[in-house]
Design a protein around this ligand. Sequence first.
Ligand code: CDP
Length: 218
Amino acid sequence: MKIAIDGPAGAGKSTVARRLAQELGFVYIDTGAMYRVLTWKALQKKVDPENAEALYELANSIKIHFEYHSGQQKVICDGEDLTAAVRLPEVSAMVSTVASHPAIRKIMVEQQQEMAHNISVVMDGRDIGECVLPDAEYKFFLTASLEERTHRRAAELDSSGFTIDYETILHDITQRDKRDSEREVGSLKILAESIVIDSSNLSIEQVLQKMLAIIREE
Ligand code: CDP
């Protein structure tokens, strides 16, 4: 079985997707982490995020995979654990530009489809229902108000030791959502078959229970 969870930044997709995968005994794949790894590498190698050709070369030269240590997912690139590094604010600020290039998306989508081949997965991202897993049995679109998403992201960054003011986070999220929604390929959108869940007034647990109820109903 394949379950897709798409939605804007800070909607709680990754937490819910991880919990849902645990509950169902499925593998969780965080596709955002893959775009973030490429962005981290681009930052390190001083590759311009607008330079599709240089990014394409870089994307083809690296190997990204996930490892699971006592239930925790780690994103590894060329043997290096980049789980914490990819969440850095400078990566967040650049990632949607890197992810806007169709050639980059093609590489990532192919790798994601390979990872999901023949196994039951919960995958979260922006284009999962449309491009990565078009045959997914369930396509959730998880959203929340911009204010709530900003608060959540601020709390998350705070717990990782980054104190960033509300306005800066609001700006990052707004910019990223705009770029993610407006790009030509793999844009963020609600599909005709999407099951939309607004989590503005719901806890992670309530969202999880809602999804499980929908899945178990059938
Ligand atoms: O956790 P958060 O919602 O902030 O973002 P993420 O899921 O880690 O994704 C980071 C960025 O990667 C997004 O803003 C998109 O630009 C890009 N992305 C994408 O283009 N397609 C995906 N399937 C997943 C992420």
